[in-house]
Structure formats: C-alpha cells, structure tokens
Design a protein around this ligand. Sequence first.
Ligand SMILES: Cc1ncc(COP(=O)(O)O)c(C=O)c1O
Length: 405
Amino acid sequence: MPGFELFDSDEQSGVNDVLETGIFMRYGFDGPRKGVWKSKELETAICNVFGSKHAQLVSSGTAALTTAMAALGIGYGDEIILPSFTFVASFEAVISVGAIPVFVDVDDTLTLSPDAVRNAITPKTKCIMPVHMCGSMADMDALEAICREHNLILLEDACQSIGATHKGRKLGTIGDAGTFSFDFVKTITCAEGGAVITNRDDVYIKSDGYSDHGHDHKGVDRGADLHPFVGYNFRISELHAAVGLAQIQKLDQFLDIQKRNHTALKEMLVQVPEISFRRIPDPQGDSCTFLSWFLPTEVIARAVVASLKEQGILAGNFYWFDNNWHYIRKWDHLKEGLTLNALSPEHKTAVMQHASKDFSASHAVMSRCISTAIGLLWTEEQIKEKGDKIISTVKQVLQQQAVSA
Ligand SMILES: Cc1ncc(COP(=O)(O)O)c(C=O)c1O
C-alpha cells in the first residue's frame, strides 16, 4: 500500500502553498488563507474520484471509523459484526463509541464469511462492518443482502482498499458509509489522515460536526457556531490535505502499476500447483496492493516463512497469523479487556467474551496464508527475482516435508 513510494514536486508545491499562507487549519481564517482550501479541495476530489455524494476528511482512518459510527448512531449496547482479520483500529473505534465488537470468522476471501455473519446476528446487532483487507473486497452481494434482510447498517472499512471496486462500484461507496485511511503506508497518503465517505446527507452533516467539536459550520464565525451535539477534534490539517491532494491525482497511476506488478508475480507463483490464491469476489476490482497466497498446511507455511526469514527476504511478505496488529489470535490486550478508561462491567465482559471465542475456521485459513506487498518501484528483474526466490523456497520446503513424511 505504498503511496509514499512515489512522491515528487507536486506534494512539495502543495505543502508550500499552505506554508506561504501560514494558515494550517482547515476552517476559518478566510482572509489570510488567500483562497487556499486544501481540505475542501481534497474532499471534492474524493467525491469525484470515488463517486460518493459526500466526503469528510479527518485526522486518521481510526478517526474516520469512530466518526462514521457516531454519525450512524451506533453506540451503547449495539453489536457490530466485524472480521477476525482486520487492524486493531477497527475494534478500537467500536469500543470507543460504547458498542460491542462481535468478531466472526473470515473465509478464503480473507474477509467476513457471510455464513458466519448470519450466525452472529442477534436482536442487538446494529451494523455489519466488512473490512476490505489487503486491497481486495468482501463478498458485498451476500453482505448487502443480509443487511437488507435484517435492516442493518452496512459500514465499509475500506482503509486498505482505496481504489478497489466491486462490480463497478468503488469500495467505501456501497454501504451507508465507508472509511479510508491516508496514513503513511496506504495506497495514497496524507502522511496521516482519513475520510468518511457517504451518499447519505444526514451521515455527512453529523460527520462534519462530530469531527470538529460539534460545530454546525453554518456561519463564518466559529465562535458563533451552534453545537447541535457533542463532538471531538478529529480535524485534518491543511498541510496533510495538501499532500493528499497531490497524491489523489496519481491514484490511477499507482493502481495501474500495482496491477501490472501483481499480475507478473502471480503469473510466476501460479506455476506451483501447491500454491493457491485468495478468492476475490470480483477479480476485476482488486486494487492489487497485495498478492495473498495459501500453502497446503500451517506446517508448510511456517517452514516457508522461516526459510524466507533465514535468507533475509521475508520483508514485504506478511504471515498475518503471527501478527500482533492484524489478527485476533494475538490480541491478548483485547481478550483481557485492558483499556485505560474503565468500561462498564457489562461492556467489558461482552468485549472480552467476543474476542475469546473459537476462531478455528479463521485459523484454518490464516495459518496457511502469506500476503506479499506489491511495490510500485519494482523493476521487471526484481519481480522475477522475488518470484524465483519464493518458488524455490516453497519447492525446497515441499521436498523436505515429503522426505520427512
Ligand atoms: C483495515 C484498517 N482500518 C483502519 C485503519 C486505521 O487507519 P489509521 O492508521 O489512518 O488510523 C487501518 C490502518 O492500518 C487499517 O488497516
């Protein structure tokens, strides 16, 4: 997810525009800012590029999730269904609004298993939150149908899949709201930043106010703004927005390169019959930030990872099953309910219970999966070298396994 790999004078001159005005805040200071409104411009660009009616920039993807949940009216006692494979931010946001993260298994799409979602629905379920992990999409046809059937909110965490589509619709625009992260390692970056996108006027108006202390933004005098509800400061700065505005112009270029490099690597790995690939509900829509592949067993996957590490070539290949940030198996702090602010006893118990369920169906998928991050700067020779090394490592491990069996 490497927007930072390709930046140039466009990002620099955007930041300089802001430095020259000296106005780093996105709201107010109408005179001194001399017509420079980077955040507003980036919001307009996001709407144009992704085809959403509204975009609200915020300070991070985590802030975008929290803001979206608040704006969708998710809070005390509500259950949100989300996948066991995601980033910690997804459940952090749920807990911060007072709701309960109900984790369910992922399948070979590396995203929510629709059957597991159906089984997890209770009278308290308010929202289903697919997380479009590693550049590609959840089974949106099935999830939309479940939401319709049960009258549930659909909130897409598209932080990792900027520019991916499902049957022609951009991820993030399919549900009631979607979120992007523009942190340093995302497809396009603001250094830090995020966005809530939505076609719903009510969700946009609430996101706009919530991310700026509840201001109604109806006048030009911030001191005279009314506060229809309590909000917080999740504002993005003009400096960050300036970087993002330059990056979004390059999104198509980034996606083209990702797709080319992803295809070239996949064409090599596909030649090994023991390697299989993540199921993509709409292969045309993959943003190709990662190539995620499976080995036949956990033992083989672990041996391949160990060998890649020993050869000093593991970097860029992620074995999520052992990852502390992305997979439920390692979230001991969550399972133990270790929050700094006290949760109500009932909330804490529910959080701990849902994090400690049986995720053996997810383990069966994740323990065999390796995701290779696709670089924008790779040359054809480098792709070939990477592919050759992965293939020879896998073949060697398979041979050793066969001998010891
Ligand atoms: C799936 C997912 N959701 C949310 C976030 C949070 O984004 P941020 O780092 O901008 O807070 C991330 C960041 O890695 C992510 O991968």
